[in-house]
Design a protein around this ligand. Structure first.
Ligand code: SAH
Length: 355
């Protein structure tokens, strides 16, 4: 019989598996499931033989029927600023990137939700790679497990304090897998990331925002990048489908359910969206729902047609927003030298032709 991969089971599936395949008694199944779950997700133990809370016979049976195999790292790049980018080779041979960004008092792990992307945002490197596939929830969660293993992050006090779904892909075009992955990341018996330690970032798939408010409930970041439909449509084709007013409506709803400000992301593109007029238009938009804005330095990549806005101009832009009473932060770029910064991720995976 083919072994079942542990990571392809959520907690409920795991319980069913133990009942059906290992004939664990109903009254013990919750306890046994918790024992495995905690040992893997809390302690980072990837050997069934170490599961000493299991009687030997059960452990041997489990060893035969279940594997704890994880995808492997195909390449590691470390930036001058300490950022690490891992290229991960999935079991099917596709490759995906995730990025570890340490700061003084916290560290963020940026993970991917798809291999490639359908969106084609003109300033984003991932947009030049066609969508290859949606990641399964196991493949999403395993980026976290692999990173934790690399930096030995299994103490109660976490090294990776925050997780952002801001890597490759559009999380809301892989909604179900992202939802289950977030459930696993949040699980108190396992990885135990609070909902306010996780951020899901969307390019603005407006019709999924209400579902996410009710079912995912993490911080939400919206990649806005323009104050008007005209400008947004030029740089983000998705705006043809979902207009800014749809986004505002759904963000209002999101913040009313989740009770947190939405983070607007705004990549500063020279002479495209960085005028003082744009800043003033943004202020009007920001008045409509609880939000703050993150001004992002544009990270160039080979072949891109845009230039970054000069630093002093970004600061002036931010000031207009701050003086109107809103929070505007400037996100310093990290990991640029290894193409690990926002919008620089891309892998060589290509969609296999249908035969
Ligand atoms: N598809 C989702 C998740 C990707 S998040 C989304 O769009 O939100 C990646 C973030 O980096 C997005 O805000 C994206 O717009 C931004 N980004 C893309 N290319 C960039 C670049 N070259 N420089 C800086 N930020 C970029």
């Amino acid at each position: 019989m083919k072994q079942k991969n542990f990571f392809e089971l959520n907690f409920k599936d795991l319980k069913n598996f133990l009942i059906k395949e290992l004939a664990v008694e109903e009254k013990k199944v919750s306890m046994r499931s918790k024992q495995i779950w905690q040992s893997v997700y809390k302690k980072g133990s990837f050997e069934i033989n170490n599961l000493t809370t299991f009687p030997l016979e059960l452990r041997n049976k489990l060893n035969r029927l279940m594997s704890l195999q994880r995808p492997k790292i195909a390449n590691t790049q470390t930036s001058n600023d300490g950022t690490i980018k891992w290229l991960i080779k999935l079991f099917d041979g596709n490759e995906v990137e995730c990025v570890y960004i340490p700061e003084k008092t916290r560290a963020t792990l940026c993970i991917s939700s798809q291999v490639g992307c359908t969106l084609n945002c003109k300033f984003c490197h991932t947009g030049t790679q066609r969508l290859v596939k949606n990641l399964s929830y196991a493949e999403i969660v395993n980026q976290v497990m692999i990173a934790k293993e690399q930096i030995n992050d299994w103490d109660e006090k976490k090294k990776i304090t925050n997780i952002v779904l801001m890597g490759m892909g559009e999380p809301f075009y892989n909604y179900e897998n992202v939802k289950t992955a977030v459930e696993i990341l949040k699980d108190k018996e396992g990885l135990n990331y609070g909902p306010k330690k996780i951020t899901v970032s969307t390019a603005g798939i407006a019709n999924k925002i209400p579902d996410a408010a009710n079912e995912i409930g993490t911080y939400l970041a919206l990649s806005l990048h323009a104050p008007t439909d005209d400008i947004r449509e030029m740089i983000m084709p998705i705006n043809k489908k979902f207009k800014i007013k749809d986004l505002i409506k759904q963000c209002k709803y999101y913040s009313s359910v989740v009770k947190e400000k939405i983070t607007l992301e705004y990549v500063m593109l020279r002479d495209i969206n960085d005028s003082i007029e744009c800043a003033k238009q943004l202020v009007k938009l920001m008045a409509q729902f609880p939000c703050k804005i993150n001004l992002i330095e544009f990270n160039p990549w080979p072949g891109v047609q845009y230039l970054p806005t000069e630093r002093n101009k970004i600061e002036k832009f931010g000031k207009v927003i701050q003086e109107a009473g809103y929070v505007a932060t400037i996100r310093r770029s990290r990991g640029q030298d290894i193409l690990g910064a926002c919008g620089q991720l891309r892998t060589e995976s290509e969609k296999k032709k249908n035969i």
